[in-house]
Design a protein around this ligand. Structure first.
Ligand code: DAH
Length: 366
């Protein structure tokens, strides 16, 4: 057998001297690669007599192990040196100002919902929620609009093609009023809730969007009358519009779910092309603007929601959130609310950190 020691010594000193990972790899291939001299030496074992093999095999294996060890050691050294070099050449300037990240903002509708919840919380109202996918019983029937009621056709409703298991029609709620029913069924009377949320109607033009926001209000207790309703709305609008000179006018109207029913108007004046809430609607330069519907809860509605109308009375109201948001913050195009244009949002949006928001925190499931 040829003595491999000189080759081994040459390889070991080449490994020692290698100063790049590439050079090291070349040495590895030359010795341990498929056609490397160590591999070829191992192949010769097959032609040896058993005695020869017994002596040669461990020697060649030992050479292989020695070279592999030396390669691994040198590789680790070279890698560590490379990292050292990189760390020494790359410096981080910790005094540089960080790149400014775009900041999100709170959508005016969310902001107004939080304001509503806060003001009504001070008046003892809890926030209730209900499903946006409703059945026709909660959306219409329980609100005293039976199958043949003309008001039922007045709503251009988005119906789902499939019916519920019990045969009920399923629809996107056309108003937040079904939350009245759901809340009374769960909590009974007395009750004091507001229910802000999304509602849907098949309507789209400059002043109507197929989805918009309402807030429902409901108070049921003993001896409730229209005076309570007027005081509550007046107190709310004073706090919301942040002015004392708010005048409300309750105008007789009709809703199937209230009796009597009133429409709520507020006095305003024009400043430039902007409507500014405040003052008496009949005063010089002023007029009335409708903000929502309300009335005393119809006794049939109380009955259907499981409340005894001979023991309890209640008032209810429904306001358009987008509308009062536009009035408060001087916006004039309803569609801009739902375009999601970041320029509009950064102009009208609210800083998330400036004011804590309630919309994620308050919820009375119904
Ligand atoms: N649900 C009505 C609508 O969407 C608004 C409304 C009117 C709500 C009178 C009420 C109410 O609670 O008492 O047009």
């Amino acid at each position: 057998m040829t003595d491999l020691t000189p080759q081994k010594d040459a390889a070991l000193s080449a490994i020692e001297a290698a100063d790049t990972l590439d050079a090291l790899e070349a040495i590895r291939l030359e010795a341990l690669g498929k056609k490397g001299w160590v591999s070829l030496a191992l192949k010769t074992l097959g032609q040896m007599s058993p005695e020869e093999r017994q002596e040669a095999a461990p020697a060649i294996q030992a050479i292989r192990a020695q070279i592999a060890d030396a390669l691994a050691t040198r590789k680790a050294e070279l890698e560590a040196a490379e990292l050292e070099k990189q760390l020494a050449s790359e410096t981080l300037d910790l005094t540089l100002p960080a790149a400014e990240l775009p900041r999100g903002s709170v959508h005016p509708v969310s902001q107004v919902m939080d304001e509503l919840a806060e003001i009504f919380a001070d008046l003892g109202f809890a926030v209730a929620t209900g499903p946006e996918i409703e059945d026709d019983w909660h959306n219409f029937t329980a609100l005293n609009m039976d199958e043949s009621h003309p008001a039922r056709a007045m709503h251009d409703t988005f119906y789902f093609p499939d019916k519920a298991e019990d045969g009920a029609s399923i629809l996107l709620r056309t108003h937040t009023s079904p939350v009245q029913i759901r809340s009374m069924k769960v909590h009974g009377a007395p009750i004091r809730i507001i229910a802000p949320g999304r509602v849907y109607r098949s309507d789209s033009d400059a002043t109507h969007t197929p989805m918009f926001h309402q807030v429902e209000g409901l108070v049921v207790d003993k001896g409730i009358h229209l005076g309570h309703l007027k005081w509550t709305l007046e107190t709310f609008f004073k706090a919301f519009f942040e002015r004392e000179d708010i005048t409300l006018r309750l105008r007789p109207s009709y809703f199937p779910f209230t009796e009597p029913s009133v429409e709520v108007d507020v006095g305003y004046s024009n400043e430039g092309n902007r409507r500014v809430v405040g003052g008496h609607g009949d005063a010089e330069g002023h007029d009335w603007m409708e903000l929502g519907g309300s009335g005393m809860v119809n006794r049939r509605v109380l009955e259907m929601a499981g409340v005894d109308p001979d023991e309890y009375q209640g008032f209810a109201f429904g306001l358009g959130i987008d509308r009062i948001a536009m009035l408060k913050y001087g916006m004039n195009d309803l569609r801009a609310f739902f375009d999601g244009d970041p320029r509009w949002l950064s102009h009208y949006g609210f800083g998330a950190v400036d004011q804590p928001t309630l919309s994620a925190g308050v919820g009375v499931a119904s």
